[in-house]
Design a protein around this ligand. Structure first.
Ligand code: GSH
Length: 257
């Protein structure tokens, strides 16, 4: 038997494939990506929004290739190489892009207090929303699924309660790193709608409006593959068979790496 999760569809499809094909030339920035990965999509959207030239390289993180482990110590995607030097962790990479490309579209407000609010929201996404999303996916008993769904609605509402201004984005009229931290999971809500009874009408109107708006963004669509291919990946989570680091951590009740 091979590595349990290694047998995934090998490349992006649909809109995302066109974007991959348009980014094959060498550039100062190389994105090591998995087409299916929500953490990757955070950085992929940031690169698209900022208009930074980049080369896209597909990497199956379940193979743990020796060469890739030199770029990302746990073998997780995304990894980014900038002028020969590697960086990993999607949120760190996004902050790096902000620092290294000051002449591109900013994804943090100028005001230090507002920047802090954005980072608090990102911390909430990391600590509350993502672990709960995985719990919803992986829970097998009805009661546990219902409890996880309730926590997810609460966590979404708590995110929306932190909005600065009147939308359409987290920080008002401009897209920010807080939006990017969560958008990829909004694009995957259809999986828990279909399989776990998630119903967005159980969240506050503010959250619903935000979710609708961000999934209509061009950069989101350009980095999204055909839905059918996500189903193979998420089937493993729904049956609680996935062997990714995130799936194992969820099962063990620990912190998602
Ligand atoms: N905290 C990391 C980040 O934000 O970049 C998480 C990245 C992550 O878990 N990526 C997944 C991965 O590489 C794909 S979506 N999984 C390989 C594995 O778990 O072995």
């Amino acid at each position: 038997m091979g590595i349990p999760d290694a047998d995934i569809f090998p490349n992006a499809t649909g809109n995302a494939l066109k974007t991959v094909e348009a980014h094959q030339n060498p550039a100062d920035v190389t994105l090591y990506a998995g087409w299916f990965c929500p953490f990757v999509q955070r950085t992929w959207i940031a690169l698209e929004e900022k208009g930074i030239p980049y080369q896209y390289k597909e990497e199956n993180p379940y193979h743990k290739d020796k060469e890739f482990l030199k770029l990302s110590p746990k073998g997780l995607v995304p990894a980014l190489v900038y002028k020969g030097r590697p960086i990993h962790e999607s949120l760190v990479i996004n902050e790096f892009l902000e620092d290294a490309f000051p002449d591109t579209k900013p994804l943090l407000p100028a005001d230090p207090y507002e920047r802090a609010q954005i980072r608090i929201a990102i911390d909430h996404v990391t600590k509350s929303i993502i672990p709960t999303f995985f719990k919803v996916l992986q829970s097998q008993e009805k009661d546990a699924q219902q409890a996880a769904l309730k926590s997810l609605y609460e966590a979404f509402n708590a995110f929306a309660a932190r909005f600065i201004g009147d939308g359409p984005f987290f920080a008002g009229k401009d897209l920010s790193l807080a939006d990017l931290a969560l958008i990829p999971w909004i694009g995957r809500l259809y999986i828990i709608e279909k399989n776990r009874g998630f119903d967005i009408s159980n969240t506050d109107a503010k959250f619903q409006a935000w979710a609708k708006y961000v999934t209509e963004m061009e950069s989101f669509k350009k980095t999204t593959s055909d839905y059918v291919h996500y189903e193979q990946i998420y089937g493993r989570y729904l049956r609680n068979e996935a062997q990714s680091e995130a799936a194992k951590a969820t099962r063990a009740g620990g912190i998602i790496p």
